[in-house]
Design a protein around this ligand. Structure first.
Ligand SMILES: [Zn+2]
Length: 273
């Protein structure tokens, strides 16, 4: 998965750090990220490349001691050999620890950019010196990073797995997933989402793993569950293009890649769950 970056270590402890020549810098322009046109360890821009520019930097985190910063007053910074690229690049970009670092930087910096001013009174927000939090000195409003909890669940019926498609023309299968609503437990969300999207009921919910998923500002809690009662599929909403029971032996080879969805599908195909 995208966060599996061993032997590299992600350290998101909040502190103040000085930027140095080899610090990576997150530059954004219209939702795209400045990346090298050539692949490899030099994929991300460093402070050394832009130190002659008059920019202000905010420390984000380190990966095995390598600092990541955000240039918070930069717009359309240009570096020869680097172009602004889609965030989806990070789904396949290598090395993975840098892909994970930069998509994580995107989530934090998107939050900073969306909260420059207080949502209650409109006054400018100030960075807390103690924790990753933005504070309004006028009305005392406090805003913490946006992380939306979500569930994904592998629903099984003996040798069959409940698989879904978001688009009828796609050959990409997924699993039941959805954001948690206010007041719900993860188990409540699973019962609601599975029923809304497929009309079936589930039992024996078991926790599997979790995954930070910065592409949608979320964290995914993955579970397995068993069919409870009828296996007839009758969706109550139109979120999915299709949902179907697929036999373990008929599941096509899936690249485990970066997502917990693919890991769950592979785990069922291989008889692990
Ligand atoms: Zn305020």
């Amino acid at each position: 998965m995208i966060q599996d970056i061993k032997p590299y270590v992600y350290d998101v402890t909040y502190r103040q750090e000085d930027i140095i020549d080899d610090s990576f810098v997150c530059f954004k322009n219209n939702g795209k990220i400045l990346l090298s046109d050539t692949k490899g360890e030099n994929i991300l821009p460093t402070y050394e490349m832009v130190k002659n520019m008059d920019l202000h930097y905010t420390y984000l985190f380190t990966i095995s001691g390598q600092k990541f910063f955000y240039a918070d007053n930069a717009s359309d910074v240009q570096i020869p050999g680097y172009t602004y690229q889609s965030k989806n690049t990070f789904r396949t970009l290598q090395p993975r620890h840098l892909a994970f670092g930069m998509i994580t930087a995107c989530q934090i910096t998107d939050w900073y950019e969306a909260n420059k001013f207080c949502g209650k009174c409109g006054a400018p927000m100030r960075h807390s010196s103690k924790e990753r939090m933005l504070r309004c000195d006028n009305c005392k409003n406090m805003v913490f990073p946006k992380i939306c909890p979500s569930i994904i669940v592998a629903v099984t019926n003996g040798e069959k797995l409940l698989m879904t498609k978001r688009s009828p023309s796609s050959d990409h299968y997924s699993l039941i997933a959805g954001f948690m609503e206010v007041g719900e437990t993860a188990e409540d969300t699973i019962h609601r989402e599975v029923y809304e999207e497929t009309g079936v009921r589930v039992k024996n919910i078991k926790y599997y793993k979790s995954q930070p998923w910065s592409f949608s500002d979320s964290v995914l809690f993955a579970f397995t569950a068993e069919l409870d009662g009828s296996d007839e599929i009758a969706p109550h909403d139109n979120e999915l293009a299709s949902a179907e029971w697929i036999d373990r032996k008929d599941i096509k080879d899936v690249n485990q890649g970066v997502s917990i969805t693919n890991e769950l599908i592979c785990a069922f195909k291989d008889g692990i769950i």
